[in-house]
Design a protein around this ligand. Structure first.
Ligand code: ADP
Ligand code: MG
Length: 714
C-alpha cells in the first residue's frame, strides 16, 4: 500500500515500526552524540537546541528519502478534533535546471502553515492569523504515503494553544512533577512518572456501496432514518463471534499497516451490535498513544475501502443497537517500571497505591463536571445513558475488596493503622492488606463510566470518534492538581512533627470521607441510580451545550489557569469552538433530515399512495358494491395513513427550518447551541418516527434508502 512493501509479508516483529523514525532508526541514522542529546532532552522535557535539531533533521531526511519519501509535513491536531497536514516537497532548486532535496533543523522545528481557517475561538484576529507548528520530539516522525509526517503542536502568533496536544503535553509534564514528588515520599528511586493510555476503539463497518446510497451516513456519519431490523442484537450472537472473512481481511491489512507505523495493536474482536467491531493496542505513554489513536482512525478510514467496506467511527450510527465508545485505560508508571495503580506487596507500596487511588477519587469528586465536559460531543450525547453505554453521571467503581479497604481505613482510628515503636519511628500496622490481583471478571462492573480494573482505571464514557487528548488532559490535570494539594497538606503535617506515613494516612483518610459520594458499585444503567445520584448531588449532564458550559465555571478556569495549562482566554476559546462544533453538526443534520424527508421519502410515499389509489379505483370497477366496500377498506386506510405521515413530516420539516433560521440569527455561540438543542433537535425524532412508519408501509422495491437489515447484515 505504501513504500517498501507492496503486500503484507513477513512477520510483525520484522516490520514493526519500520515506517517510524524511532529509536532503532535514530541509532542508525544519527551520530551517537546527537542520539544521546535528543533522548536526554526528551527525558527531561527540555527544549532541543538548534544544532541538535539540524543533525536530527539531516538523519531524518536521509532515512525518509531512502524509503521513498518526497514530501514532509508537520502533523498536528487542531481544535476540530481531527488531524491536519500541509505537505511540502523536499525538492529545492539550486540553479537553473538543477535541484536538490533539502530539509534542515529549521523545517523540522517550526512551520507556519497558513492556518487561518482552523477554528480558534476568536483567539486570532486577522492581523495575527498565522499559527505556528512546533516539533514534538516525544512522538516519533513517521512515513505516510511517501510523506514524512512530523508530530507537532499548533500555537498562535502569541503562543496561545490552538490544538489539543499543547495542553496535553503541559498536563503530562505537571503530572510527572507532582507524582514524582509523591513517590519520593515513599522511596527515592523514582525520578519520573509517565501516564499511560491503552484505548479500545469500537467501530462499525458497512458495505461501501450501501454507504454511498445513504446520504445521511455520507454527510453526518450516522443514519437519521431507518426502522430497526427484525433481528439485530437480541440473540447476542455477534459479540465475540467468528469474524466474517471480509472483515478479517480488512483487520489483517489494518494491523499490518498499523504495526509498520509502530502502533502496537494487539486485540481484535466482534462487538455487541451486528457489524460492530473493536481493536485495541498495548498501552503506551499517553501522548504517543493519543497520536497512535488518531493515526489508527485515519488508517481505518483509508484501508476499509480496499475491502469494499466503509468504517463508521460515529458514536451512534444506528438507532436501536449499541453505539461505539472508546474506553480509555489510564494509569501511571514510574521510570523503574512500576505501575502506581498496582497494589504493592509491602505495606509501604500499598500505602503509595492507596495514596494515588484516593487522590484520583477525590479529583474525580472535585471535577466530575469537567470530566463529563471533556467527552462532550453531539454524537456522544446519543450514546451516553442509553442503557448500552455509561450514564451521563460520572461516578467511580472500585470493586468490593477495595471498597472494604477504604471503608476500614475510614472507620479506623489512627492508632490502629500506625504502630508506635520503642524507637521514635512509627510503623505501618494493620493497614488492610490488598492482594495483588484485585479483581477477576466476576468483580467487573461494565456499567460504570470510570471503573478500576485491577491496575488501571477504565474511562468508558469516551466517544468512539473523539480525540483522546481531551479526556486525558482533563484526567491528568485533575489528578495533578489534587496531588499538588495533597503534597502540601502532607508537608504541613510533617513540618509539625508527624511522620510521613502518619501524615499520608491522615490525609488519605480525610479524602476517603470527602470523596465518598463519587463511589458507586451498583448498576449505573438503572433508574434507581439516576435518583440516588441526584440525591448525592452528582451532576447528570446529558447534553453537550450543558456539559460545555462547565468550562467557564470559576473553579475550572482556575484549575487550568493556576496550573499554567490553559489561560482563561484559551479555555474560553475552546468552549466557544465546542459550542460552534455542536451547532454546526446539528445544522448539517437538520439540513439532511429536511432534504431526505422532502426529496427522497415524501415523493416515494406519494408514488406508492397513487398506486393504492389506482388500485382502489380498479377494485371499484371490477367488484360489486358490497365486496368493494369490504375489500377496499384496508387500502383506503393505508392511503389515509400515508397522508397523515406525509402531513406530519411536512409540518415538522417546515417548523424545523423556521427554528433553524431563528437560531442562526443568534450571535452568542452558547445561546445558539442551546437553541439548536431545544428548538431544532427535538424535530429530528418526530420526523424520524413518521419516516420509519412509512418504511414499513411502502413497497420495498420503491424505498429509496438501504435498510438497517441490509447495512447491518452484509
Ligand atoms: P478489557 O477486558 O477491558 O478488554 P484488557 O486487560 O484487555 O481489558 O485491557 C484493555 C486495555 O487496557 C488495553 O489497551 C491494554 O493495553 C490497556 N492497559 C493494560 N494495562 C494498562 C496500564 N497500566 N495503563 C494503561 N492501559 C493499560
Ligand atoms: Mg475494556
Amino acid at each position: 500500500m505504501q513504500n517498501l512493501r507492496s503486500a503484507q509479508s513477513g512477520r510483525p516483529s520484522e516490520y514493526f515500526g519500520e515506517l517510524t523514525f524511532h529509536q532503532p532508526a535514530m541509532r542508525q541514522y544519527l551520530p551517537e552524540e546527537t542520539f544521546i542529546n535528543l533522548q536526554d532532552a526528551i527525558h527531561r522535557g527540555e527544549r532541543i537546541d538548534r544544532r541538535v535539531a539540524d543533525q536530527v533533521a539531516a538523519g531524518m531526511k536521509v532515512w525518509a528519502i531512502s524509503r521513498g519519501a518526497t514530501h514532509y509535513t508537520h502533523w498536528f491536531h487542531p481544535l476540530t478534533g481531527a488531524t491536519a497536514e500541509k505537505h511540502d516537497a523536499f525538492i529545492n532548486p539550486v540553479e537553473p535546471g538543477r535541484a536538490i532535496e533539502s530539509f534542515g533543523g529549521k523545517e523540522l522545528i517550526q512551520q507556519e502553515p497558513d492556518a487561518s481557517s482552523f477554528p480558534s475561538g476568536g483567539i486570532r484576529n486577522t492581523f495575527e492569523a498565522r499559527g505556528y507548528t512546533a516539533w514534538d520530539p516525544t512522538s516519533p516522525a513517521f512515513l505516510m504515503d511517501n510523506t514524512l509526517c512530523i508530530p507537532t503542536i499548533f500555537v498562535s502568533y502569541n503562543g496561545e494553544a490552538l490544538d489539543t496536544k499543547t495542553p496535553l503535553l503541559r498536563t503530562l509534564h505537571f503530572l510527572d512533577e507532582v507524582s514524582t514528588a509523591i513517590c519520593r515520599l515513599f522511596d527515592n528511586n523514582t525520578d519520573k512518572v509517565v501516564a499511560t493510555l491503552g484505548w479500545e476503539q469500537e467501530y462499525f463497518l458497512v458495505d461501501t456501496a450501501l454507504y454511498h446510497a445513504r446520504p445521511d451516513l455520507v454527510l453526518t456519519g450516522r443514519t437519521l432514518f431507518g426502522h430497526s431490523s427484525a433481528k439485530d442484537q437480541q440473540l447476542a450472537d455477534h459479540y465475540f463471534g467468528v469474524i466474517p472473512e471480509r472483515v478479517t481481511r480488512f483487520m489483517s491489512h489494518l494491523e499490518f499497516e498499523a504495526h509498520r507505523l509502530g502502533i502496537p495493536v494487539k486485540t481484535r474482536h466482534n462487538e455487541v451490535a451486528p457489524n460492530q467491531f473493536e481493536c485495541a493496542p498495548v498501552f503506551e505513554e499517553v501522548n504517543l498513544s493519543v497520536d497512535h489513536n488518531q493515526l489508527m482512525m485515519h488508517l481505518m478510514e483509508k484501508i476499509a475501502p480496499h475491502h469494499g467496506l466503509t468504517v463508521l467511527l460515529h458514536e451512534k450510527p444506528f438507532a436501536g443497537v449499541n453505539g461505539s465508545g472508546k474506553h480509555n485505560n489510564w494509569s501511571l508508571m514510574t521510570n523503574t517500571g512500576e505501575n502506581l495503580l498496582s497494589p504493592g506487596k509491602t505495606p509501604g507500596s500499598n500505602l503509595r497505591f492507596l495514596t494515588f487511588l484516593v487522590n484520583i477519587l477525590k479529583a474525580l469528586d472535585d471535577h466530575a463536571g469537567l470530566l463529563r465536559a471533556s467527552i462532550a460531543s453531539a454524537g456522544n450525547d446519543l450514546r451516553l445513558g442509553a442503557h448500552e453505554a455509561p450514564p451521563a453521571i460520572i461516578s467511580a467503581f472500585i470493586g468490593s475488596q477495595l471498597s472494604e479497604t477504604l471503608d476500614k481505613i475510614e472507620a479506623s482510628s489512627e492508632n490502629t493503622l500506625v504502630k508506635h515503636t520503642k524507637t521514635k519511628e512509627k510503623l505501618l500496622f494493620n493497614l488492610p492488606k490488598i492482594p495483588e490481583i484485585l479483581q477477576d471478571n466476576t468483580d467487573r462492573n461494565r456499567t460504570s463510566p470510570f471503573a478500576f480494573t485491577g491496575n488501571k482505571f477504565e474511562f468508558r464514557a469516551v466517544g468512539s470518534s473523539l480525540n483522546c487528548a481531551m479526556p486525558m488532559t482533563a484526567l491528568n490535570l485533575m489528578l495533578a492538581d489534587r496531588l499538588k494539594k495533597f503534597k502540601a497538606e502532607v508537608d504541613t503535617l510533617t513540618n509539625r512533627g508527624n511522620s510521613t506515613e502518619d501524615a499520608v494516612l491522615q490525609i488519605v483518610k480525610k479524602y476517603i470521607t470527602a470523596s465518598k459520594k463519587i463511589r458507586f458499585e451498583g448498576n449505573s444503567y438503572g433508574e434507581a441510580w439516576t435518583e440516588e445520584a441526584a440525591s448525592r448531588g452528582l451532576p447528570n449532564i446529558n447534553n453537550t451545550p450543558e456539559a460545555v458550559s462547565v468550562f467557564s465555571r470559576p473553579e475550572v478556569i482556575s484549575l487550568f489557569a493556576d496550573n499554567h495549562i490553559l489561560t482563561e482566554r484559551e479555555l474560553r476559546a475552546r468552549q466557544e469552538i465546542h459550542y460552534e462544533q455542536y451547532t454546526l453538526r446539528l445544522q448539517i443534520e437538520a439540513r439532511v433530515v429536511g432534504d431526505l424527508a422532502t426529496n427522497h421519502i415524501i415523493p416515494v410515499a406519494i408514488q406508492y399512495q397513487n398506486r393504492l389509489i389506482e388500485n382502489v379505483k380498479g377494485l371499484k370497477e371490477v367488484l360489486d358494491a358490497k365486496s368493494y366496500s369490504r375489500l377496499s377498506n384496508h387500502q383506503i386506510q393505508s392511503i389515509k395513513d400515508i397522508s397523515n405521515h406525509i402531513m406530519e413530516i411536512k409540518t415538522h420539516v417546515d417548523e424545523m427550518i423556521q427554528e433553524r433560521k431563528t437560531a442562526n440569527r443568534i450571535d452568542d455561540p452558547a445561546d445558539k447551541a442551546f437553541a439548536y438543542r431545544d428548538k431544532v433537535l427535538p424535530h429530528f425524532e418526530i420526523i424520524r418516527k413518521r419516516v420509519d412508519k412509512l418504511e414499513l408501509l411502502i413497497d420495498d422495491e420503491l424505498w429509496p434508502l438501504p435498510k438497517y437489515r441490509e447495512m447491518l447484515f452484509s
